[in-house]
Design a protein around this ligand. Structure first.
Ligand SMILES: Nc1ncnc2c1ncn2[C@@H]1O[C@H](COP(=O)(O)OP(=O)(O)OP(=O)(O)O)[C@@H](O)[C@H]1O
Length: 211
């Protein structure tokens, strides 16, 4: 469970707060969408939930732990072990192949190459991009890069999945695969939070936070 209590955040003194006194909850085993206008703070809220930003006021509470006062090292540990983040523009390492991009985190934390590669190929296959495994990010489409970024985030079986417009560049069939994958993770117990503009995706009975 993640809860947000009286959360306020601004990027600096010259601009007003992007989020102002926001209180909401994100349940385990559920997919919650964050909707709202462009510039309304959806990505900013995901960065706060992902412990990449610190609130100006209020708190993000992860499983009962108020995160703002945790030491940086502990916040980094939580990010590395529990949180899978899918950025809006994928953010893949341009020098590495698709397969290496997906495997990198697992290798870094000591998983054997054989195990990491099998898992990465399974994920790439499930998301329909396995045939691009030996290409560099510059050689694949934006929609393929989004799916590779989702595979990378899912490699560590995170308990919290934060996805920023994960189907923004995708055709309807590929978007369905991405949303089905995220829903399956929620059904398996993860806390899945997705920022989306897509009105067809948001009102499906999922929990929803409207900014
Ligand atoms: N690094 C930054 N420095 C200053 N202002 C920023 C920064 N990042 C975002 N903003 C501003 O914060 C506000 C919220 O941006 P954010 O990206 O969170 O909105 P969003 O709802 O995700 O938008 P979109 O739907 O267009 O992706 C916007 O006004 C944006 O210009």
């Amino acid at each position: 469970m993640i809860s947000v209590d009286a959360l306020t955040f601004g990027y600096g003194p010259r601009t007003g707060p992007v989020l102002n006194d926001l209180t909401c909850k994100f349940s385990e085993g559920a997919l919650t969408t964050i909707t709202g206008p462009s510039g309304g703070g959806k990505s900013t809220l995901l960065y706060l939930l992902g412990l990449m930003l610190t609130p100006t006021a209020g708190t993000v509470v992860l499983d009962g732990v108020a995160t703002a006062r945790l030491p940086d090292g502990e916040r980094a540990r939580l990010r590395a072990t529990q949180i899978g983040f899918v950025f809006q523009d994928a953010v893949l390492d341009p020098a590495r192949t698709v397969l290496d991009n997906v495997m990198e985190g697992a290798l870094f934390t000591g998983t054997s190459r054989r195990v990491a590669e099998r898992r990465a190929r399974d994920l790439l296959g499930a998301l329909g991009v396995e045939h691009r495994h030996d290409h560099r990010p510059g050689q694949i489409s934006g929609g393929q890069a989004q799916r590779v970024a989702l595979c990378r985030a899912l490699m560590k079986s995170p308990t919290i999945i934060l996805a920023d417009e994960p189907s923004g560049n995708l055709d309807p069939a590929s978007a369905d695969v991405v949303w089905d994958t995220l829903r399956e993770r929620a059904q398996s117990g993860a806390t899945v939070i997705v920022a989306t503009h897509d009105p067809l995706r948001a009102p499906t009975g999922d929990a929803r936070v409207q900014l």
